[in-house]
Design a protein around this ligand. Structure first.
Ligand code: NAD
Length: 466
């Protein structure tokens, strides 16, 4: 029992919240750069001041260790805010573009403007980071935002709502607790932008709802992210970095390596090194480690447990029905058609597949929906080139896992079934901005060839437009 009940919002409550934000946006208060910076600075202050409450909520909901919670939920946001504050002036400036020969005398500009009222729908696995990281973009670009956190992490949801209520005008930002019904009311509104992070099936629902009013969307979705370990990789380092990425938040990470393809000649060594890494990180009994997370709820816990019978467990795989924890596990899947190989795992179970030729891996990955992330471990530049140039995926790392998400210099997002659009750093700003194209014409002269009564007009146009 969580002790916290997240109540659904009524249609009227949702209407009221959106109306409040529409009025706030219409007042123009979000537009000045100084106001945007003030909101960002306040956001950083609020995060700092509430650090202990945030850590407690994340521990209650997901058993997140302080180290993991600080790094992936607070530190990453503070870093993103300071990067945004440093660069906002330059991102927000109208940018002059070149003048085409046909347009001599005029000047062209691209002027970023806020969309207006945005909706941010967040999932439960990084419930602070994934609610607030898009909000940084929304603020920077001058929007208001309704943030709908997940009902599956109720402590964090409640804490977020209280934290914002006491600190911000709800016309500017409102954390709306609620579940699916609340989301349905929200998706029924005249919004200006929807930023959704969550699963592929719900992503489709969001896009369908948005299409009715042609509301632009960003969809940050999930899927099965492959991890490839080539024969020439540094096995000890690869195993350590993969165990880190696979087991952070007990595997409940959208960009966690989902399954492994290891070269047949390296399989034994990799497995040995992976076990070593797990023991180094979490001791001989990971379920007793205060560094190892729990599964979010019983439904997901039972789903994960059922994967353990999809093949031969070759390492770990113990579980605890009380704490909803599953030991890190390596598993040889029975076939490619079992659920652990067709569904997104989102837990500490790691299917191990072997290959002889890289082409086998390439055709397998290419036959599945485009993944959110892909990780390749190799020292061979040709192999690196082959994979990065020939497979389509949202993003990833060579010789590491997860780290591409943590730099503001790399846009983060999926492709195909793993998502639409991207954010982080300048991409967050551009995601929440419409770039208005404006041409300013000179009055000093006027080319007559464009007019219908021009004698040689067509001749000149033919020369210019070819
Ligand atoms: P989810 O899609 O079930 O829920 C996300 C949000 O949608 C929640 O706020 C929830 O209240 C709402 N929702 C759920 N069902 C709905 C419905 N029928 N109609 C309207 N709204 C609904 O996702 P989740 O279980 O919270 O998160 C896990 C998924 O999110 C995984 O697939 C994971 O890969 C993905 N994810 C992606 C990223 C990314 O950055 N790409 C990050 C984290 C998680």
């Amino acid at each position: 029992m969580t002790g916290i009940t997240i109540r659904e919002k009524t249609q009227e409550q949702v209407n009221e919240a959106v109306k409040l934000q529409r009025n706030y946006f219409a007042s123009g208060k979000t537009r000045p750069l100084e106001a945007r910076k003030a909101s960002l600075n306040k956001l950083a202050d609020v995060l700092r001041k509430n650090e202990s409450k945030i850590l407690k909520a994340l521990h209650d909901d997901l058993n997140k260790s302080e180290r993991e919670a600080y790094t992936t939920e607070i530190g990453i946001l503070l870093e993103e805010i300071s990067f945004t504050l440093k660069n906002l002036d330059s991102w927000a400036k109208p940018k002059k573009v070149k003048t085409a020969v046909t347009h001599i005398g005029s000047k062209g500009y691209r002027i970023p403007e806020p969309y207006g009222v945005s909706l941010i729908i967040a999932p439960w696995n990084y419930p602070i980071q994934l609610a607030i990281s898009p909000l940084i973009g929304a603020f920077a670009a001058g929007n208001t935002a309704i943030v709908k956190p997940s009902e599956l992490t109720p402590h964090t949801s409640r804490m977020l709502s209280e934290m914002f209520e006491g600190s911000f005008d709800s016309g500017l930002v409102y954390v709306m607790e609620g579940g699916i019904e609340t989301n349905q009311h929200l998706l029924d509104q005249e919004l200006d932008y929807i930023f959704f992070t969550g699963s592929v099936p719900v992503g489709k629902i969001v896009m369908e709802a948005a299409s009715k009013r042609l509301i632009p969307v960003t969809l940050e979705l999930g899927g099965k992210s492959p991890c490839i370990v080539h024969e020439d990789a540094d096995m000890a380092l690869a195993a350590k970095r993969i165990a880190f990425g696979k087991l952070a938040n007990a595997g409940q990470t959208c960009i966690a390596p989902d399954y492994l393809f290891v070269h047949r000649s390296a399989e034994e060594k990799f497995i040995e090194e992976f076990k070593k890494a797990v023991h180094e990180f979490y001791g001989e009994e990971p379920l007793k480690s205060d560094q190892f997370g729990k599964i979010v709820n019983e439904r997901h816990y039972n789903r994960l447990k059922s994967y353990l019978s999809d093949g031969e467990v070759i390492f770990g795989g113990g579980f605890d029905d009380q704490s909803l924890q599953i030991q890190p596990a390596l598993l040889r899947p029975e076939s490619m058609g079992v659920p652990v190989m067709t569904e997104e795992i989102f837990g500490p179970i790691f299917p191990v597949l072997t290959y002889d030729r890289l082409d086998e891996v390439k055709s397998f990955v290419a036959s599945r929906p485009k993944p959110l992330a892909l990780y390749l471990f190799t020292a061979d530049r040709e192999v690196e080139k082959d994979i990065t140039e020939n497979l389509s995926y949202g993003g990833g790392c060579i010789n590491d896992t997860l780290m591409h998400i943590a730099t503001p210099h790399l846009p983060f997002g999926g492709v195909g079934e793993s998502g639409i659009g991207s954010y982080h750093g300048e991409s967050s700003f551009s995601t929440f901005s419409h770039y208005k194209s404006v041409l300013k014409q000179t009055n000093l002269f006027d080319f007559s060839f464009k007019y219908p009564n021009s004698k040689n007009g067509l001749k000149i146009l033919r020369r210019l437009l070819k």
